[in-house]
Design a protein around this ligand. Structure first.
Ligand SMILES: C[S@@+](CC[C@H](N)C(=O)[O-])C[C@H]1O[C@@H](n2cnc3c(N)ncnc32)[C@H](O)[C@@H]1O
Length: 305
């Protein structure tokens, strides 16, 4: 499927001068983080074969390395152990699609960072060959293999690449039209309104043009739907969506891609990951999380595949 207008490229945010300081509202110091929860512990012990007594130190060491690469809130808040995909309403159906040997269904985790949701899918029975991670920063993919200790066993495709890359020989171009389910967690909120449209158009171009194609995930949101300073140490702006503004965004994306999408989006108040909830400067900013599941409903007439 193709968009009808040329798509401008997007500059990806870089940390501004000040670098990777921990003095930001979204960094929770090690000593204020609780022990990893039972879901994560189970994965580290049974999948990664890390002795239980070493799990907490292993996780903190990898978080420290990740923070040096780029100080994202998902790292500072330890939300990379939330396994957010598994909490989505469609998760059981996603598992059934990806485990069905008669279907070619593939899932892409865009901006996968450590790739934790891909590992959870494998633990829940999905053949890793069905899974693709796309990540701008190759060091995050490497750290994912360190964190989950599965460099040899994970057989999914882990692509170091830029979603916005339009060169025909890029590894991203090779994915065009091949993805059934795209997971975008803490990804769209890196961008402003126009950039989010641009990102989603590129993402839709990677999807198979079939009813039932599914884009889902979560990102920072707000009940009013507004542009705010980006949740990174950079000078960029992000659009924090309400369900209404997110639906309006996808009307534009549907028009641009000549595809039809039904948007289910809702806000939740994020739980704090800090033992000292009263000191969590991040939550007190009134930040919300927007969750979304977006299904392609039908194929419009005169569209290319
Ligand atoms: C905030 S993190 C979220 C990571 C993960 N999805 C999660 O939920 O924990 C966003 C990730 O998107 C990656 N990213 C940003 N721009 C990208 C692009 N243009 N193409 C691919 N990945 C990108 C970043 O490097 C980062 O690892």
């Amino acid at each position: 499927m193709s968009a009808d207008k040329p798509i401008p490229t997007v500059e990806v945010a870089q940390p501004a001068a000040g670098g990777t300081t921990k003095d930001v509202p979204w960094y929770i110091p090690d000593e204020d983080l609780p022990e990893v929860d039972p879901t994560a512990l189970d994965i580290f012990v049974k999948y990664s074969h890390i002795p239980q007594s070493m799990v907490q130190a292993h996780v903190l060491k990898n978080r420290e390395e990740a923070w040096k690469i780029f100080p994202f809130p998902c790292i500072g808040q330890m939300r990379f152990l939330d396994f957010s995909l598994a909490k989505m309403p469609s998760y059981d159906k996603i598992l059934a699609r990806l485990c069905d040997p008669t279907s070619p269904a593939r899932l892409l985790d865009v901006g996968c960072c450590f790739g934790q949701d891909l590992r959870k899918l494998v633990v829940d029975g999905v053949p890793s060959e069905r899974l693709v991670g796309l990540e701008l920063e190759p060091k995050f993919l490497d750290l994912g293999f360190e964190l989950f200790a599965d460099r040899e066993s994970f057989k999914g495709q882990m692509i170091a690449g830029n979603l916005f890359d339009e060169s025909p020989d890029s590894p991203v171009a090779a994915l065009a039209g091949s993805i059934d389910i795209a997971h975008a967690a803490s990804f769209f909120h890196l961008f402003n309104w126009d950039e989010q449209i641009n990102a989603a158009v590129h993402l839709v171009n990677l999807m198979r043009n079939v009813p039932g194609a599914l884009v889902l995930g979560r990102q920072l949101g707000s009940s009013t739907g507004e542009e705010r300073p980006a949740p990174t140490i950079s000078n960029s702006k992000s659009f924090f969506h309400s369900p209404e503004s997110f639906r309006a965004l996808w009307v534009v994306i549907s028009e641009r891609t000549k595809t039809n999408w039904e948007v289910n989006a809702w806000l939740e108040t994020p739980a704090t990951h800090s033992k000292r909830a009263d000191k969590d400067r991040w939550i007190s900013k009134g930040v919300q999380l927007l969750y979304f599941e977006i299904h392609q409903t039908h194929i419009a007439e005169n569209t290319e595949k």
